[in-house]
Design a protein around this ligand. Structure first.
Ligand code: F6R
Length: 612
């Protein structure tokens, strides 16, 4: 949540900051602002709403300078407004601060600062940081030390960018539990919450660790730990090109990312099998037979879409490895004193690798002696760095707030991990492994097939039911998990009330909600459960529902109980989820498009949830 960018170099920083903020808008879009050092003073321009509003404000009130910081906000403390927008000034306009995270003890600090005469203008926790730095600076006249002392006092999470008029040739940056990188240019340097913000200028960066801070000049970067000791860090080179952060002709990032899925799945499958084709090979995972035999239960912990990918893993691992698997949302897991120990494998799943609840769950698991395996997309992220083993999902940048390709990559990771564990523990005969592997390698072309053929049918269904107010998703087993993800996507971007139900559970209450023209998406791709789910679809149809079914090719009898059917290509039972979810993504996308919603930036949401 919240995006930060900063530039110091030889050119006007304002276009660099604005372009950077636009590519960080997926992190929040409640307000945006910049602070620029201009003729020895700091000029701030900030406004409620999207970066576009800031761009317009800068046309009316231009500013320029070679050193600046910018921010796009997802509001936590204080409503989205001009005054709560970052950057925030110290009282004499000497120090400006941008912040991502939450200062948990800000109220107590605020009272102490007010007692010293500091006047607060906003409702934010961030303003406390500006005044605190100012207070320390007035005492010791050393800005870097004032920032360090501030970091020792504030509690919570932060990524910070700091400017001071007395040091017009530097930016200070710091981080704890919120992402921040220091981009390395030629004659110019940067700070950013994420690489897309600066990819036009550099692919090289230092990834700041927790409680580390940096002094950044145009031609020099120094990194420090919280005690003020200078530290050295390897340069990380991002292997992504500028195009990855652009729409490339698609109307929305979400649609682009949906269409990237054949490639993402292929990338996740290539080089994951041994040369003889008989084993899964997962770089970064050191879980051999000995380690696995020490484990008597697995927990899979994540949030939102990543949690649903984890649920796919639960169904597969329990069925194919016969180990008990608990799946928990991270915000519950972290506060329930879970029954885990050194015989528990905890798998955390996260696209961003920065989700606050998931990161805390990981830390809790480690503190209880459990081994933690991270399934992570963002390379070098907090979760990737803290987990004992990491399986990267290779989905590339996911910019649309609603996750699509990252989910598919997480599900593929679950498939691979299940096969790996099953093989190590001897629960998967080689013949079955080879059959599943062959089916997996067909998935990219099968996804392509769905993307090519399903769109007209989905669009015509959307046209018929665009005025629906309630949509139910039903399925059994793995299809139930897919239903949950489909329902979440529709809520997020089309703002439609939607509920997923285990199809067999409907008659225990929720079926009372079905009435004439209620929309039901029925997922029935599990052959062993097909007849059961089909009967449940019949039950809702008999009560007037309009049914969109997702089924495997060949199961034509579904047409008797559905108004429209999207067929997915035939595959092995364990692999249906990744295919069945594609029509659901398209359905949510075209519903949101038809309703005129802001698909890539749905209201109230942000991509990377770094607050509780
Ligand atoms: C939904 C969505 C969210 C995320 C969740 C976890 O489309 O994107 O539900 O899946 O916030 O985020 P990560 O995977 O970054 O931990």
């Amino acid at each position: 949540m919240c995006g930060i960018v900063g530039y110091i170099g030889g050119q006007n920083c304002v276009p660099v900051l604005i372009n950077g903020l636009e590519s960080l808008e997926y992190r929040g879009y409640d307000s945006a602002g910049v602070a620029v050092i201009s003729n020895g003073a700091i000029e701030i321009r900030k406004t409620k709403g999207k970066v576009e509003n800031l761009r317009n404000l800068l046309l009316e009130q231009p500013v320029s300078g070679t050193v600046g910081i910018g921010h796009t906000r997802w509001a936590t403390h204080g409503a989205p407004s001009d005054v709560n927008a970052h950057p925030h000034f110290s009282n004499d306009d000497k120090i400006a601060v941008v912040h991502n995270g939450i200062i948990e003890n800000y109220q107590e600090l605020k009272e102490k600062l007010q007692a010293k005469g500091y006047v607060f203008h906003s409702d934010t926790d961030t303003e406390t940081v500006a005044h605190l730095i100012d207070d320390f600076y007035k005492q010791n006249n050393d800005l870097l030390e004032a920032v360090r002392l501030t970091l020792n006092v504030i509690e919570g999470s932060y990524a910070l960018g700091v400017l001071c008029t007395d040091y017009p040739d530097q930016i200070i940056a710091a981080r704890k539990e919120s992402p921040l990188i220091v981009g390395i240019g030629e004659g110019s340097n940067f700070i950013a919450s994420d690489i897309p913000a600066i990819l036009n200028y550099t692919k090289n960066a230092y990834i700041l660790g927790d409680k580390e801070f940096a002094l950044i000049k145009a031609d020099e970067i120094k990194l420090y730990d919280i005690d003020g000791n200078e530290i050295h860090r390897d340069v990380y080179t991002y292997n992504w090109d500028v195009e990855a952060a652009q729409k490339n002709g698609y109307d929305h990032f979400m649609l682009k990312e949906i269409y990237e899925q054949p490639k993402v799945v292929m990338d996740n499958l290539s080089r994951r099998f041994s040369a003889d084709g008989k084993h899964v090979e997962l770089d970064g995972i050191k879980l051999g037979r000995a380690e696995l035999e020490n484990i008597n239960q697995i927990y899979i912990v994540a949030c939102g879409t990543a949690y649903y990918a984890g649920l796919v893993g639960k169904y597969l691992l329990e069925r194919m490895v016969r180990i008990p698997v608990n799946s928990e949302v991270a915000s519950e897991f972290r506060y329930k004193d879970p029954l885990i120990d050194e015989h528990t494998l905890v798998i955390v799943v996260s696209q961003s690798g920065e989700t606050a609840d998931t990161l805390s769950a990981l830390k809790l698991a480690k503190a209880k002696g459990s081994r933690v395996l991270g399934i992570v997309n963002a390379v070098g992220s907090s979760i990737a760095r803290e987990a004992d083993d990491v399986l990267y999902t290779l989905a590339g940048f996911e910019i649309a707030v609603a996750s699509t390709k990252a989910f598919s990559a997480q599900v593929i990771a679950m498939y691979l991990l299940t096969l790996h564990i099953a093989q190590e523990l001897g629960t998967l005969p080689e013949k079955d492994f080879l059959e599943i592997k062959e089916a997996m390698l067909r998935l990219p072309s099968q996804i392509n097939d769905i993307l090519t053929k399903a769109v007209p049918a989905i669009r015509s269904f959307v046209d018929k039911y665009i005025s629906s107010k309630n949509v139910f998703y039903i399925g059994r087993g793995l299809d139930y998990v897919v239903s949950m993800e489909g329902s979440l996507k529709l809520k997020e971007i089309a703002y439609l009330h939607s509920e997923p139900y285990a199809a067999g559970e409907l008659k225990h209450g929720p079926i009372a909600l079905i009435e004439s023209a209620t929309l039901v998406v029925g997922v029935a791709t599990q052959e062993s459960l097909f007849d059961k789910t089909r009967s449940n679809m019949q039950e809702v149809k008999a009560r007037g529902a309009k049914v969109l079914a997702i089924a495997m090719q060949g199961n034509r009898s579904i047409e008797e109980v559905a108004d429209d059917v999207i067929y997915i290509p035939r595959t092995h039972w364990m692999l249906t989820s990744v295919l069945a979810n594609i029509p659901q993504q398209l359905f949510a996308y075209y519903m949101a498009l038809g309703l005129g919603e802001d698909i890539d930036k749905p209201r109230n949401l942000a991509k990377s949830v770094t607050v509780e």
